[in-house]
Design a protein around this ligand. Sequence first.
Ligand code: IPE
Ligand code: MG
Length: 224
Amino acid sequence: MDGNGRWAKARHLPRAAGHRKGMEAVRAVVRAAGDLGVEYLTLFGFSSENWKRPEDEVKDLMGLLRIYLRRDARDLHEQGVRLRIIGDRARLAPDIQAQLDEVEALTADNTALTLMIALSYGGRDELVQVARALAADVAAGKIAPEAIDEAAFSARLFTHGIPDPDLLIRTSGEQRISNFLLWQMAYTEFVFVETLWPDFDRESLSAALDVYARRERRYGAVVA
Ligand code: IPE
Ligand code: MG
């Protein structure tokens, strides 16, 4: 979800105003995703690198997260959304961790849409955690090095049990992965749009899904 700062700057508003508008876009897009039949939606909310932003901005973003969790938990639940957080949640404030636990528990059995929000998330960081977990299991004699395969690896990712993404949408004209879901995006289709995240809406999502639908996915094979 990129472009909040530029959205605000274009309107001579503080960056926080862009983040606030970005939160409204989250509401609209989550609802639209459910309506359009999307079963899994992952939003990159805050990266492990975003901690380097000025303290005030980090505070604003965390404040918005608190507001979102408080105000939207019930709506998400009513929409049949199952919330799951991926990332290094230990770095988040204790009250936010508690809120996240609560909303995850509340929505755990919902089946309409799985909403994953990546918070304090870094793809390399996730891969390092997997390597560490595997090494620990090998050292403990729980698994033989030869038994480490793609399934054993995937099972230790934050996203275990969730299918790899079919489509990545990056907003605001940037064309980078920025350390997102590195393992999981091996065969993901990328769609880059100029739209700034606060302006991204139901129509933008629907248009990106149309682009995706016209892509031919071969997974390295030849298709006649
Ligand atoms: C939102 O957009 C991304 C978050 C970290 C929440 P940015 O804050 O990166 O906006 P730009 O790139 O400055 O426009
Ligand atoms: Mg940005």
